[in-house]
Design a binder for this molecule. Structure first.
Ligand code: FES
Length: 173
């Protein structure tokens, strides 16, 4: 993962090749169809999608920047500001709310120092809410993007404040 150089955003050669291969799956004039995988590549590369990064993606797909902004702002999986080492995404849909998602959010705010929608002062955590994670049977639940494991997402179900203590002390280190 590289830092964003605001003046010259560009994929490194190996990522550029991957992006070109993805774009090449679509016919000329239909390159916009590659927008989701290209945004994922961009987020993997820079950790978040700055306006400069989104403009770069627009240029690459030969579309207007606003078309990229529309997509990036629609999906909660895209980060529109710098994020911490662990992105905690708590489900806020009905079954999880009924089973205590609010309590989990409150506990996470208190234990991590990150306010909902923001980062902890040490940039270790980012706290967000998302829609149903398709794990309603394990409500309340959340997914966490684990930067140290290459950005994979891990699910945590049947959350309790006590379990959060354990995760913060032993897993998210
Ligand atoms: S409502 Fe939370 S996972 Fe479905």
């Amino acid at each position: 993962m590289s830092n964003i150089n605001q003046s010259s955003v560009a994929f490194p050669p190996e990522v550029l090749l991957e992006a070109q291969e993805i774009i090449g799956r679509y016919p000329e004039g239909r390159h916009k169809s590659a927008i989701l995988p290209i945004l994922h590549l961009a987020q993997n590369e820079w950790n978040w999608l700055s306006p400069q990064v989104m403009d770069y993606v627009a240029d690459m797909l030969k579309i207007q920047p606003v078309e990229v902004y529309e997509v990036a702002t629609f999906y909660t999986m895209f980060n529109l500001q710098p994020v911490g080492q662990y992105v905690l995404e708590v489900c806020r849909t009905g079954p999880c709310m009924i089973c205590g998602a609010d309590e989990i959010i409150e506990a996470l705010e208190a234990k991590t120092g990150a306010k909902l929608g923001g980062n902890s002062p040490d940039m270790r955590f980012t706290l967000k809410t998302v829609e149903c994670l398709a794990a309603c049977g394990g409500a309340p639940c959340m997914q966490v993007r684990l930067k140290r494991e290459g950005g994979i997402h891990k699910y945590y179900e049947n959350l309790t404040p006590e379990l959060l203590d354990e995760l913060i002390a032993n897993e998210w280190v």
